[in-house]
Design a protein around this ligand. Structure first.
Ligand code: CP
Length: 315
């Protein structure tokens, strides 16, 4: 039951066993959520630096809440207030964070590979909070943790991911996580955003929205990631919504107990109707809450915490 990684950079590199270890620890930590005093002393005396060089609401706050629940001290640095605006390199910024005796860096960056790069030059643990269109490992972990809570098991479960797949780090990390856990994943959207070569990752690619929704135990919507698109991939947002947005008619194709997911931020009225985002089938806010438990587990394990100790203590 040991954990041997200093860093969390990708889901691709994790085994099913490691993913399940994170979930076991996250389940133990989630038991603290109902307490009046939610803090536990697991990372007391540690300093964690949140280095967010791209915008974020859920991930940045999720990591901050998780670190504080573990009693760590948290320092957050964003793009606008850091000396990267004065020309400092990522390498120098990170080495200064280490020289300031931080115990861990959580990094979000628009450049794919930047967390891996830091993990190779720093002695302290590095956690990837999203690197370009490459990976967003804790998002996939919290998504799969939520799926397991709602569906019980992922083996043979059918998950449809609908939207801008090609520019999505959430899709890539989820493809790795869901398939490792035994789910059957179908990617749907316009062919410009869902190219056929994704089948190399062991998933289906479909442009038949109705069939993909009828078959699904869960559907995950993704927003159009304009910040990574350098050219037009469809005529207009209105046409995308008309063709692929989840509206009342399309939601009626889902099984009654199928769940609706979205990593956020939601663009209401574009990839999903507002009413559906707030409906009984939506687990979007459960995903956010589960992000605390999963990130507590990742911070704890990458800091050298013992999975057995926390699981035994929670029973
Ligand atoms: N899901 C997600 O990464 O959201 P933020 O960009 O708000 O962190």
């Amino acid at each position: 039951m040991s954990w041997n990684r200093k860093d969390l950079i990708t889901i691709e590199e994790l085994s099913k066993d490691e993913i399940e270890k994170i979930f076991a620890v996250a389940t133990a930590f989630k038991k603290t959520f109902g307490r009046s005093v939610k803090k536990i002393p697991a990372l007391r005396g540690k300093t964690i630096v949140n280095l967010f060089l791209e915008p974020s609401t859920r991930t940045r706050m999720g990591f901050e809440v998780a670190a504080k629940r573990l009693s760590a001290d948290v320092i957050s640095l964003d793009m606008n207030s850091s000396s990267t605006t004065k020309g400092e390199t990522l390498r120098d910024t990170a080495q200064n964070v280490q020289a300031l005796k931080a115990d861990m860096i959580i990094i979000r960056h628009s450049a794919p590979g930047s967390p891996l790069y830091l993990s190779k030059i720093l002695d302290i643990p590095v956690v990837n909070a999203g690197d370009g269109a490459h990976e967003h490992p804790t998002q996939a972990l919290l998504d799969c943790f939520t799926l397991l809570e709602k569906l019980g098991n992922l083996k043979g479960k059918k998950i449809t991911i609908l939207g801008d797949i090609i520019f999505s780090r959430v899709a890539r990390s989820n493809i790795w996580a869901m398939t490792k856990l035994g789910a059957e994943v179908t990617l749907v959207g316009p062919s410009t955003l869902v190219p056929h070569w994704f089948t190399n990752f062991g998933v289906k690619v479909s442009h038949d929205l109705q069939a993909s929704l009828e078959d699904a135990d869960a559907v995950m919507l993704l927003r159009i990631q304009h910040e990574r698109q350098t050219s037009s991939h469809f005529p207009s947002i209105g046409e995308y919504t008309n063709m692929f947005g989840l509206n009342k008619t399309r939601a009626s194709w889902l099984k009654p107990n199928a769940i609706i997911m979205h990593p956020g931020p939601i663009n209401r009225g574009v990839e999903i109707d507002s009413d559906l985002a707030d409906s009984e089938q939506s687990v979007i806010l459960d995903q956010v809450t589960n992000g605390i438990a999963v990130r507590m587990a990742v911070l704890y394990l990458c800091s050298g915490g013992s999975p057995e100790a926390v699981i035994k203590h929670s029973n």
